[in-house]
Design a protein. Structure first.
Length: 446
């Protein structure tokens, strides 16, 4: 513990790192404030009563987890950063099939700026559509017959104001995330989601304590659940840290086919190269149908469809798991290109023993990457859908969502990323890092 406290003190000894950490904490505090500012025209007292009566195991309850309770509060940050993530997914998918976006991806920094601009335009459109759905949903909710949005306020004026405020809130959060990435520590977008999930931690603990205190659940069962959660956390850490190393020989002198001297280095190929991004991508896609359904609150047919899309249903779990596997391979292909690695090795005079340079090396690396990505993607899918089964076994929704799936993966991944950046700052200035080996690995690798 003394060693850990010393490392914490080292952070504040470095002026640049201290500034970055405090800057990040300040902007995340702003995010939390915006999650408790209720939209204009919404009766906060009636909204609180209606929120208590609603089931927390719906997909809206899961969405509320990602935005730190802002959705249930009908806050100005109710949409969170999810529209931006959805827009990013669409642009990246277009980059794989549309020549125009493929050309932009190859134009370097200028192309990246244009893609970022198109992503922002898409964020505005998606946020506006989701805000429209939120306004329809709010006007349809009531508590004991008292509407959340009073009758004089309902109408086109409330819809337009809600769309403007929620869209502006999402764009402001996107800007905050970019500022954290550039001037703070860690990935800003990921940290905004991270802090929203962490904010629900006290509620999850309180729910579990109430069940134990009321003797609804025996203490031994609670201990078993916690032990199971610790095993899951250990598995997540192992997958996020696990690598397979490919030896690469770099020759000093080659005469004919004989190699004289040389040095052996290794290409670290991670079991989970994509990190938690497949989880975030898949979750954003799964929110789209629910957003569409909010436009038809009175339809019985739509209500029956919504039942299949609850995050505790088997249908939701099946499609959610498939999309996680797909996005794991998709994001891995973007983050790690075997052809580029093989070309760089050949230019530097390196080769994998027993494998011919060029296309053969590229195929060899791609084959290994495909094999090690499969178990990683399946593990991500299992962990992500685990809360649905835990809720069926009697675990409270808030506790299951926090410890058993998407939330846990995001918390571990983002925490490792942030610690890795802090570790780099400490080691660059000859301070001891959090780990003696100094090899904390986040989603971006080393």
């Amino acid at each position: 513990m003394s060693k850990f406290s010393e490392n914490i003190r080292n952070i504040f000894k470095i002026q640049e790192l201290r500034t970055r950490v405090l800057f990040t904490a300040g902007l995340l505090f702003v995010v939390r404030i915006g999650s408790h500012v209720t939209l204009p025209g919404v009766d906060a007292s009636v909204l609180a009563e209606a929120s208590r009566n609603q089931a927390s195991n719906t997909l809206f309850g899961l969405y509320d987890l990602f935005v730190g309770g802002a959705f249930s509060h009908a806050a100005v940050f109710a949409l969170g950063i999810m529209p931006y993530i959805s827009s990013s997914i669409i642009i990246q998918l277009l980059g794989a099939v549309v020549p125009f976006f493929q050309k932009l991806q190859k134009e370097g920094e200028n192309g990246r700026k244009k893609i970022t601009q198109y992503t922002r335009y898409g964020t505005v459109i998606i946020a506006a559509l989701q805000a429209w759905g939120v306004s329809v949903r709010l006007t349809s909710l009531n508590a004991a017959g008292v509407p959340i949005v009073p009758d004089p306020v309902q109408g086109i004026g409330f819809t337009i104001s809600t769309m403007i405020v929620l869209t502006a809130g999402t764009m402001f959060m996107m800007w905050l995330g970019e500022q954290i990435t550039e001037r703070g520590i860690g990935n800003g977008i990921s940290l905004i989601i991270f802090i929203g999930i962490i904010a629900r931690f006290p509620i999850a603990l309180l729910d579990e304590w109430q069940m134990v205190r009321s003797e609804t659940r025996p203490i031994i069962v609670e201990l078993i659940i916690w032990g199971f959660m610790l095993l899951i956390i250990a598995g997540v850490v192992m997958v996020t840290q696990g690598t397979r190393r490919i030896p690469v020989q770099y020759a000093k002198r080659v005469v004919g086919r004989k190699v004289y001297g040389g040095v052996t280095q290794y290409i670290p190929m991670r079991v989970n190269t994509a990190g938690v991004m497949p989880i975030i991508f898949a979750q954003s896609i799964m929110f789209i149908p629910s957003t569409i359904l909010t436009f038809f609150p009175e339809s019985e047919f739509v209500g029956s469809i919504a039942g299949y899309l609850e995050h505790t249903s088997l249908t939701y779990s099946f499609f959610y798991g498939l999309m996680i596997v797909f996005f794991t391979y998709f994001y891995t292909a973007i983050a790690f290109n075997p052809k580029d690695v093989a070309d760089n090795m050949q230019k530097q005079g390196g080769f994998i023993p027993g494998i011919r340079p060029g296309k053969h090396t590229s195929d060899f690396i791609d084959n290994i990457l495909t094999k090690i990505t499969l178990p990683g993607s399946v593990f991500l899918a299992i962990i992500a859908i685990l809360p649905a089964f835990m809720v069926r076994l009697g675990v409270t929704s808030s506790f299951a969502s926090f410890f058993g799936g998407t939330s846990l993966l995001i918390i571990v991944g983002v925490a490792l990323d942030t610690l890795q950046q802090i570790e780099s700052h400490l080691l660059m200035r000859h301070y001891d890092g959090f780990m003696k080996s100094g090899k904390i690995k986040g989603r971006i690798g080393r």
